[in-house]
Design a protein around this ligand. Structure first.
Ligand SMILES: Nc1nc2c(ncn2[C@@H]2O[C@H](COP(=O)(O)OP(=O)(O)OP(=O)(O)O)[C@@H](O)[C@H]2O)c(=O)[nH]1
Ligand SMILES: [Mg+2]
Ligand SMILES: [Zn+2]
Length: 312
C-alpha cells in the first residue's frame, strides 16, 4: 500500500476498516489511512455469527488495545456475498468475498482450456446472490480473434458483458479499468487464467505472484493461495482470488434456476404448464427455443445438469 495517499477509502458509518485478507484467526484490516493492521475478532463475535465469521470484503470496526494489539469489535452485516459450497464437504458455506458490487469471471481462450460449465455455475451463483456479473476472456493473443468470440458469444447472447482482453499485449485493458472504478469487484475463475497478472497490469505498485501454467501443474497447487483485496488508484477495490477447481452451489433456489439463465427469461410463463421444469414436459417454450436455436444448446444442457444435480 505504498501509494496510500492517492487512494480514497470510505467505509459505512460506525466501521473504520475493510478486511483485506484472512489468515486463519487473523484478519488483515485495511484502514482509511491506507495502512493494514492484523486484528483478531472478540470472542463474543464468534458466538454471534454463524458460517464464515470473517471474509475478505467485510467492513469491521477495529480498536487498538493498550498492549498494541488490534481487535475487531464489530463486523457489519453482509449486504451480499459470493458464496459456494466448500470443496470436499457435504455441506458447508464458503464465502469467497463479502459485499462485492460486481463479479468478473475470468477465463482464458486457451491455456487453460475454458471450462464453460464452471462459468455457467458461477453465473448462477451471481444471479442467486444479486451480484451483477461479467465475463473476461483473457489471452486472446493466443488464438484467432474469431475463435474467442465463437466460444463466448452465447454469454453475450444471454446479456452478459464479455470483455476480450490480453494482459500480455494490453489489448482491452483501458475499457476494463473504467468498469472497476469506485466499485468492489471480485475477480474469480480457474487457476492460470491471468487474474493476478491483470491486477498487476492495472496497478503498477502491486506485485502479486503469478506463475506459468506448466509450473503450477508441477507444483500441484495454485499460485494465489488466499483472497486479497487491493485498493485501486482510481477508487474502488479489486479482489484477487485463488483459482477455483470446483464450484458447488450453496443455497441456490432451484425453483428460480430457469430465471438465472437470463436468455430463458423471454420464454418463461409461455410453457403449457405453470410449473414446467423445461425438461420433457409437452408444450415447453424453453425447449422449443433451444430447438429453434434461439437458446444455446450447451447452456441449456448446463441448466439441466444443475437442475438434476441440485435435486430440482
Ligand atoms: N499468453 C498470455 N499469457 C498470459 C496472459 N495473461 C497472463 N498470462 C500468463 O498466464 C500465467 C498465469 O497467470 P496468473 O496471473 O498467475 O494466473 P491466475 O489466474 O492468477 O492463477 P491462480 O493464482 O493460480 O488462480 C502466467 O504465466 C501469465 O504470464 C495473456 O494475456 N496472454
Ligand atoms: Mg493468481
Ligand atoms: Zn418449459
Amino acid at each position: 500500500m505504498s501509494d496510500a495517499e492517492t487512494i480514497h477509502l470510505t467505509f459505512p458509518q460506525n466501521y473504520n476498516g475493510i478486511v483485506a485478507r484472512v489468515r486463519g484467526p487473523v484478519a488483515d484490516v485495511l484502514l482509511a489511512d491506507g495502512t493494514v493492521v492484523p486484528a483478531v475478532p472478540r470472542g463474543v463475535l464468534k458466538r454471534e455469527r454463524r458460517g464464515t465469521l470473517i471474509a475478505v470484503g467485510d467492513y469491521v470496526r477495529v480498536q487498538q488495545a493498550a498492549s498494541g494489539d488490534w481487535r475487531i469489535e464489530a463486523i457489519a452485516p453482509r449486504e451480499r456475498a459470493l458464496v459456494r459450497r466448500a470443496p470436499n464437504t457435504l455441506g458447508r458455506l464458503d464465502v469467497i468475498v463479502s459485499n462485492p458490487d460486481q463479479a468478473f469471471f475470468m477465463f482464458a481462450v486457451r491455456d487453460p482450456h475454458p471450462r464453460l460449465q464452471m462459468l455457467d455455475r458461477l453465473l448462477v451463483i451471481a444471479e442467486d446472490n444479486d451480484i451483477p456479473a461479467a465475463v473476461i476472456v483473457n489471452k486472446i493473443d493466443l488464438a484467432d480473434p474469431d475463435e474467442a468470440r465463437a466460444i463466448f458469444a452465447e454469454y453475450e447472447d444471454a446479456g452478459y458483458p464479455v470483455f476480450y482482453i490480453s494482459v500480455a499485449t494490453g489489448e482491452g485493458l483501458p475499457a476494463l479499468r473504467e468498469h472497476f472504478q469506485g466499485k468492489i469487484t471480485v475477480l474469480a475463475g480457474p487457476s492460470g487464467t491471468g487474474k493476478s497478472s491483470l491486477i498487476n497490469a492495472l496497478e503498477p505498485t502491486v506485485h502479486l505472484p503469478t506463475a506459468e501454467i506448466s509450473r503450477k501443474w508441477r507444483q500441484g497447487r495454485h499460485t494465489t493461495v488466499m483472497a486479497q483485496l487491493i485498493p485501486l488508484r482510481d477508487g474502488g477495490y479489486i479482489v484477487d482470488t485463488p483459482g477455483l477447481r470446483e464450484v458447488g452451489l450453496w443455497g441456490v433456489d432451484v425453483d428460480n434456476l430457469d430465471y438465472y439463465f437470463p436468455e430463458f427469461r423471454p420464454y418463461l410463463g409461455q410453457c403449457r404448464f405453470n410449473d414446467c421444469r423445461h425438461l420433457d414436459e409437452p408444450g415447453c417454450a424453453v425447449v422449443a427455443a433451444v430447438e429453434e436455436g434461439a437458446i444455446s444448446f450447451r447452456r441449456y444442457e448446463s441448466y439441466v445438469n444443475i437442475l438434476l444435480s441440485e435435486g430440482g
